[in-house]
Write a protein that binds this ligand. Structure first.
Ligand SMILES: [Zn+2]
Length: 316
């Protein structure tokens, strides 16, 4: 959630280039060291709190009133998944249309299109929302659809969802590299103002994409493979390449990416620590990828609760 892009961005102004690392000042007069609760409060007050990926099942029937959980947690800006590669691209359009309609009609939520609008939403106490696409099958081979999705509120797109597609390699498939189409999509994403997201994507495609990028790239929800060797996790050189673009790696809270379905809060903290030590805190965020269901009561954050959240997301 406290994912902030460094001020030292490269190249043109990508959508997320307005997020800056803000130093935290102790709110207690005369104190050099802050009590943790006050330091945390100051962190929330002084920054845009961004969760870069909520893993709602991208279905028009999803009850988006669950977004209240993110508001209650202090999140200011959330990216909601509206499609992934296993869906027909036309069904992605239907989910996107339904989610847009709900957010535009609901009090306390704003569909935003710029960093300035995110800041305005925070001031008003509203949750700013944009959308993400997990895989470029949503383009159905057409570069023109990038700008259309942008107009409809999409601000992040992954190359692939686990399996290879026309843009590049998926993390559970043959490591084929970035295609000419994938390269052209990157250029178009930067032209319209979208974040290039490398989660779920194969090693070579991520490295070639970050090399080709002229603005910050992110891994919205990917954990260190150095701690748990799962194909959905990423190697340290991928994380370093992301930081070199002035990007952020978001830690995911799904148990199978942290161990044998390990959902302990301490393990989540170990994953954060790994990237803080490797990259510096300005390049580390949290993209939990939790999808809340009716049967889950969102109370507290102990291991049982995390396990409940994790089990409800079948993603691998
Ligand atoms: Zn995902």
């Amino acid at each position: 959630m406290p994912a902030r892009l460094s001020a030292h961005k490269r190249g043109n102004s990508g959508f997320a280039s307005g997020f800056y690392l803000v130093s935290i000042h102790c709110p207690v007069a005369g104190e050099d060291r802050c009590p943790p609760a006050q330091a945390a409060r100051a962190l929330f007050d002084q920054n845009v709190i961004w969760d870069p990926h909520a893993g709602f099942g991208p279905d028009p029937g999803v009850d988006l009133s669950k977004l209240q959980v993110w508001k209650d947690a202090g999140v200011n800006y959330l990216s909601v998944d509206v499609g992934y590669d296993v869906m027909d691209w036309r069904d992605t359009i239907k989910s996107l249309a339904a989610f847009r309609r709900w957010i535009l009609a609901a009090d306390g939520y704003r569909l935003v299109g710029s960093v300035a609008e995110i800041r305005e939403a925070k001031k008003a106490g509203d949750l700013a929302v944009t959308f993400d696409l997990e895989g470029m099958n949503a383009l159905d081979g057409s570069l023109d659809l990038v700008e259309m999705y942008h107009h409809l509120g999409v601000r992040q797109m992954l190359f692939a969802y686990n399996r290879n597609n026309a843009a590049g390699g998926g993390c559970h498939d043959e490591d084929t590299g970035l295609t000419d189409f994938g390269r052209a999509v990157i250029a178009e994403m930067y032209r319209v103002g979208m974040l290039v997201d490398c989660s779920h994507t194969a090693y070579t495609t991520t490295m070639e994409a970050m090399e080709a990028s002229t603005a910050p790239c992110i891994f919205s929800h990917s954990n260190p493979r150095a701690l748990w060797d799962h194909e959905r996790n990423i190697w340290d050189d991928q994380a370093r390449a992301c930081a070199a673009t002035s990007g952020v790696v978001g830690i995911v809270g799904i148990g199978i990416f942290m161990g044998e379905n390990d959902t302990r809060t301490t393990t989540l903290a170990d994953n954060i620590d790994h990237y803080v030590n490797l990259l510096g805190p300005e390049h580390v965020g949290i993209g939990l990828d939790y999808a809340l269901q009716d049967e889950f009561a969102a109370e507290g954050d102990d291991s049982e609760d995390l396990a409940g959240l994790s089990d409800m997301n079948p993603e691998y």
